[in-house]
Design a protein around this ligand. Structure first.
Ligand SMILES: [Zn+2]
Length: 348
């Protein structure tokens, strides 16, 4: 029985990482879809190189299972109950649909499943959303089609997992679950800070960044940037965001030289991307010219920094993106492939 080679398995994980770190998510559907595919691979697949055909109704059933709990009101300690938002615009349609039937079945998914006509109706409705939203968008990153999971045919009620995909989903199930759920959790948390703000956020407590300490870096960096945005070079009007040059989501560390100050809008556009070569060059140049002075200022303000670690992390992050053929952020909504010449910028 043929199975994917070790190299193919590594490549698979690399691509999943890329989907989670670079894919822009307007709703949490893509997380749910990825998780559903892993669940279905375990349920219906086998440990071989074989392809696996999945009907969108099967995917919809698995997606409903995932969203069922999440479409109930969340009760923050001492706060107002709310159904957590899972879309950057108005609430995600699947959540709305499920929330509207919760009461009827007293929150019981088995009861809903037992009502076969309703269940099938709901599966059909959710399947329609999946066909429009995440199914053909999951594997698009900017203009790139990274359809390593299934051919991105763009219109169909069935997908076929490519050879080796089912094997990888089954064999790395635990790892993938943690990856997907971690990314999903962070996504929902960011969309619901108003609701979750008053409660202790356990994940942030254990693994989050100490956001409060970043303010100390701002005046020091602004001095070197002469009051302009690091990315677009236009003057900063407000305070500006202290941005992790290598995004926190790529490597969670707060060290002085990894910070730049940017417009809120520039920072929001960059999201979790690495910045393009021109920005990398500017970052390296800033450290060449001002690295030592910055270090002294950070030390005076008792702010953590370590320029050689920052450079190592940056080199690592760009190499990861280069190896994966990933996209980097230029400005506004412009993304491009990382130029192979990036490595020279960090030399010396
Ligand atoms: Zn800017």
């Amino acid at each position: 029985m043929a199975i994917p080679s070790p190299e193919q398995q590594v490549e698979f994980l690399r691509k999943v990482q890329r989907l989670l770190s670079e894919g822009l998510f307007v709703a949490s559907y893509k997380f749910a879809l990825l998780r559903a595919l892993a669940d279905l691979a375990v349920l219906k697949g086998e440990d071989s190189d074989a392809e696996l055909a999945l009907h969108v109704n099967d995917i919809a059933g698995a997606v409903i299972e995932l969203y069922w709990r999440q479409s109930r009101p969340f009760y923050p300690a001492g706060g107002q109950q709310a159904i957590l938002k899972q879309n950057t615009g108005k609430q995600a349609a699947i959540i709305q649909t499920l929330a509207s039937v919760q009461a009827e079945y007293r929150g019981s998914l088995p009861q809903l499943r037992h009502d076969l006509a309703r269940w099938n109706g709901l599966v059909g409705k959710v399947a329609d959303v999946i066909c429009v939203m995440p199914l053909w968008k999951l594997q698009r990153i900017g203009d790139d089609v990274v359809d390593f999971l299934y051919p991105n045919v763009g219109k169909a009620r069935t997908i076929t997992l490519r050879p080796g995909v089912t094997y990888c989903l089954r064999n790395f199930y635990g790892l993938l679950r943690n990856l997907i759920e971690g990314a999903w959790l962070g996504y929902v948390r960011n969309l619901n800070l108003d609701v979750l703000g008053q409660t202790i956020d356990f994940a942030a407590f254990l693994f989050g960044t100490e956001r409060t300490t970043l303010d100390g870096y701002r005046p020091i960096l602004l001095d070197v940037q002469r009051g302009s945005c690091f990315y677009c070079r236009r003057p900063l009007t407000g305070a500006g965001d202290v941005d992790h040059f290598v995004p926190w989501s790529r490597y969670p560390v707060d060290l002085g030289h990894n910070f730049v100050v940017a417009h809120k809008t520039c920072n929001a556009r960059k999201v979790d991307y690495l910045a393009a070569e021109e920005h990398l060059g500017a970052w390296a140049e800033r450290n060449r010219l001002h690295g030592e002075a910055l270090g002294r200022a950070f030390a005076d303000a008792s702010l953590p920094y370590d320029v050689s670690s920052s450079v190592s992390i940056t080199r690592w992050a760009y190499r990861q993106t280069a190896t994966a053929g990933g996209l980097v952020w230029v400005q506004d909504k412009t993304l491009k492939h990382l130029d192979p010449g990036w490595e020279r910028l960090l030399a010396g």
